[in-house]
Design a protein around this ligand. Sequence first.
Ligand code: GLU
Ligand code: ZN
Length: 494
Amino acid sequence: MQIRDRYAPSPTGLQHIGGIRTALFNYLFAKSQGGQFILRLEDTDRARFDPSFVQNLYDTFEWLGIKWDEGPDVGGGTGPYIQSERFELYKKYAAELITKDKAYYCFCSAERLDRIREEREAARSSETGYDRHCRSISPTEAAERVKVGEAYTIRLKIPLGESTKFHDHLLGDIEWKNDDVNPDPVLLKSDGFPTYHLANIVDDHLMGITHVLRAQEWLSSTPLHVIMYAAFGWEHPEYCHLPMVMGQDGKKLSKRHGATSIDEFRRQGYIPEALLNYVALLGASYEEGKDIYTLDELAARFSLDKLNKAPAIFDYKKLEWYNGQYIRMKSDAELTELCLPYAIEAGLFGKAGDKPSPEQRSTFTAAMPLIKERLVFLQEAAEKPGYLFSEPSVPDAVEFIPKKMDLQQTISLLQQGRELVKPLAEAADDAGAEAFIKEWAEKNGVKLGDLMMPLRVAITGARVSPPLFGSLRILGVEKSLKRVDKALAALTTH
Ligand code: GLU
Ligand code: ZN
């Protein structure tokens, strides 16, 4: 069997973690089976639709590097892939259900439906939904009323007194009493627009979808969908409702827990591969003892049998760890490319938006090995190497003073350090610089740490900084000496 699955977002909001998890699992499942992954836009809710959400969808997946085999932008044999371009089809299929006596016309006004709701509320009735008022209108009468132009909706005729069974790959056999299913829901609205349920199953059928992998919050719609497939005489796809994604507190992941929209993660400086790698683990396992996976490696290992029933907990710290790992796997050149946009935006090369001069660019590249080990977010690359681009202001004297030393001793340590600037800055690499300074410290009876502290503060402007030797090499002898002299001047006039 040719496996076909889909991601079917409604463009009524930004792409968020839950959505891309659904998309990713569908993608991985299709790839793992040599099948096809389809994108379909479910834009039937015109009130909440906004074209910017469609753009956000495309931008997000382009950034993530996930491609569909068929979709609005790439085409395919079962399009169009945008529901608003398929409205005629839904009308036709709704009419077909009327002919089959599986659906009926409802002429109830919005006022009548409101009134029922209010009456029930007043009576504290537990009944909800439609009261099936029009179900008993004879087909001839209904056809007559439609003909004379009376407004109508089309409702599904749920077979009563039966129950509906289906199998969910993760949750097992599920059975619902039809009497507990949404009573005769609307399929086609009075303006001719389909509801989600109608459009969703007509499209899944026409697009040859074999597997529906979707969030567990859709589970309650599934009995209804299974009833609709039966009404059409179609086979329904296989279902697998994915475990919920929760915050650390066990509540559904939301803004309260932190970033949820992919845009936010992107702005914070996440690497797309890191985000994908982590999201792939939300409710699934792949291989014992392996944490880092490429998309292809995930696809090769993905299996519906390795999904977890329990809700997945979204752990921001774990995601940060992944980001750090991916940052360290990048070459300096790759990391430069990734970090540049953040640095430009933050104004590292002048004012916000200024592009680097060739010299600044090579300094930035040279800074990568210095900051790479400690970087958690790409955005930090806009601040950490700041002292390499503009002279830091000289900190207060106390900042220079090593433990158990006083100002006079610190000044003389820095004077000694000054003599070492040239050999250190001209050393071939860290190992060379380190060997040199160690030997010098030993010979002169100074503690290495004491010697380096004031020098570090003079060069980088802070006690905690990226590696000193690399900084000296990048700045060069002249600039470094200038900073040391400035610091000495400040300390001696103190
Ligand atoms: N349009 C629905 C959504 O926004 C699709 C649900 C489904 O996959 O059936 O998630
Ligand atoms: Zn009615």
